[in-house]
Design a protein around this ligand. Sequence first.
Ligand code: FEO
Length: 170
Amino acid sequence: MLDAKVSKLLNEQITKELYSAYLYLDFSIYYEAEGLDGFANWYMIQAQEERDHAMLMLQYLQQNGEKVTLEAVAKPDKDMKSLMDPLKFGLEHEQYVTGLINDIYAAAYDVKDFRTMQFLDWFVKEQLEEEKSADDMIKKMELFGNDSKGLYSLDSEYATRVYTAPSLVL
Ligand code: FEO
């Protein structure tokens, strides 16, 4: 059995990861409508990764004999007015998620729940990667996004992203 607070936070995180998937799906839909299939592909794969994060949390709770309760996933509400907007919302969102993961880690640390801390180590590292890729996308858009050839080249780069299953296996 896990500590009640740790269990509750992990449970809530499932819904938050599913919201992340929903948000990135919305970004993907936005870019597809703008004719940028590469950006759309990048966020479609990101949505798949977020779903994986939720599944990992769910499996971890189940392995520990905890009850899982799914809550409502909120509607994505980002108002995207420019090609840059989703990228900036994405970075803000990942920074927010890093804070959530850190909060769960801190709760596990408080009760010497080393098992959950070890489980979360993967997420701590993943958040570093996710913040970095979100930041890189903003920088590249600032550098190349105002020029049609530059934008085409960026879109072509993002079209090459392929889904890979998470490296964390429970
Ligand atoms: Fe599940 Fe983008 O963090």
